[in-house]
Design a protein around this ligand. Structure first.
Ligand SMILES: O=C(O)C(=O)C[C@]1(C(=O)O)C=C[C@@H](O)C=C1
Length: 376
């Protein structure tokens, strides 16, 4: 009797739980239907935008970084939850990616091969509907965009623990390409191999930046291993997959799946906040988004105080300079060019006025690009 009663109570409870779930799920289904309708309506409007763009020019840029940044900022600002701002940001990133693909699929070259951090950065910036083309070196990413094999490219430019990627900066000296955007990515390094035994590893392959970012860990854990530098970490993973049990690669965890490797050790980067900044390169002049950066390439006459007078117009106008980096100009011995990042857009009157003064002081002056600050 007692048993029958308890069974019966739990059956009733089960039924009411089922009913409650059914009721809530019905509402979710209705909302899904509305979202789907709205998404398709949005895509239709994006296609109308495409028609207007096509009608107005020969060389059409369907991708508009400033508009995307403004939309993402607005989405995150007005968000009231319970979904976190970053989550709704990511969802709208994907919605715009799909809408842009409905206008015209976008080709973007990145430093590959597949599974590289640059691929992850490209996906974070452009969303999953972009057509990504892996190329083997930073120089080839520039070449891919210069020769119109791809409309945009993504290259690493600096790391929080290792500083600037000089290959990327040097390419800007001779390339006519511009900077159209930036994206930052937290970097976790993994030691990958065919074995899970750390003590078997005699050689480690990776990009020089990854070797440097894990220098201390490698010194502690594999003090006798030979360290071999390659063009990219995913290339290292690809090679290790074709070699024996005593070699390992440092790469992203996605490379383990792509190349069928074991994870020997996780998060082996020395610095906890290890972050890399990537640039989107292209041919566009990106309009102001409200929160922008401008990158300059300048050179001074080789005389005392030249750099100081070059930078004075920025200081006088209260324009904040977030970075200055020098590189050999490759033209004469001991001649340098400076890469300068400032806050603001080159079309804003205050920045334009300061840049005109700066240009007067410089022997070489180029605006590499004004672009929206990274949103996600
Ligand atoms: O507003 C535009 O120019 C669009 O093409 C629409 C849209 C969007 O989905 O909102 C799509 C792609 C652009 O990169 C920017 C925005």
């Amino acid at each position: 009797m007692h048993l029958w009663l308890s069974l019966n109570v739990s059956t009733v409870e089960h039924m009411s739980e089922q009913k409650a779930l059914q009721h809530i799920r019905q509402q979710i289904d209705e909302i899904d239907q509305q979202i789907q309708q709205l998404l398709n309506q949005r895509a239709e409007f994006a296609q109308k935008v495409a028609e207007v763009k096509i009608a107005s020019g020969e060389q059409v840029d369907f991708y508009r970084p400033e508009r995307e940044a403004m939309i993402l900022r607005k989405v995150m600002e007005r968000n009231t939850g319970p979904l976190p701002d970053a989550e709704v940001g990511r969802i709208f990133r994907e919605i715009m990616s799909a809408c842009l693909a409905a206008e015209k699929p976008l080709q973007v070259a990145y430093l590959g091969p597949e599974g590289s951090f640059t691929q992850a950065a490209a996906l974070k910036h452009f969303g999953g509907s972009v057509q990504l083309q892996p190329v083997s070196t930073i120089a080839n990413v520039f070449r891919a965009v210069e020769t119109e094999y791809a409309r945009y490219g993504v290259v690493p430019v600096e790391n929080s623990s290792e500083g600037m990627v000089s290959h990327t900066l040097d390419r800007f000296i001779s390339s006519p390409l511009k900077i159209n955007g930036e994206v930052t990515l937290r970097i976790h390094h993994y030691l990958l191999g065919k074995t899970s035994q750390l003590n078997q590893i005699k050689t480690v392959y990776a990009h020089p930046q990854a070797l440097a970012q894990c220098r201390q860990w490698l010194g502690d854990q594999l003090p006798h291993a030979e360290l071999v530098a390659l063009d990219s970490n995913s290339e290292a993973a690809r090679r290790v997959a074709e070699m024996g049990d005593d070699v390992a690669a440092i790469a992203a965890s996605t490379a383990a799946d792509i190349y069928g490797l074991e994870v020997i050790a996780s998060n082996i980067e020395d610095e906890a906040g290890n972050t890399t900044r990537f640039l989107v390169i292209g041919t566009q002049d990106v309009g102001p988004s409200g929160e922008d950066k401008t990158a300059l390439l300048v050179s001074t006459q080789n005389k005392p105080g030249a750099l100081q007078s070059l930078l004075k117009p920025l200081a006088d106008s209260g324009i904040s300079m977030s970075r200055i980096e020098s590189r050999p100009s490759r033209k004469g011995m001991w001649e340098y060019v400076f890469f300068i990042d400032i806050d603001g857009h080159s079309q804003s009157p205050a920045v334009a006025e300061a840049l005109a003064k700066l240009q007067n002081e410089a022997s070489v002056f180029r605006v590499l690009g004004s672009y929206p600050k990274a949103v996600l």
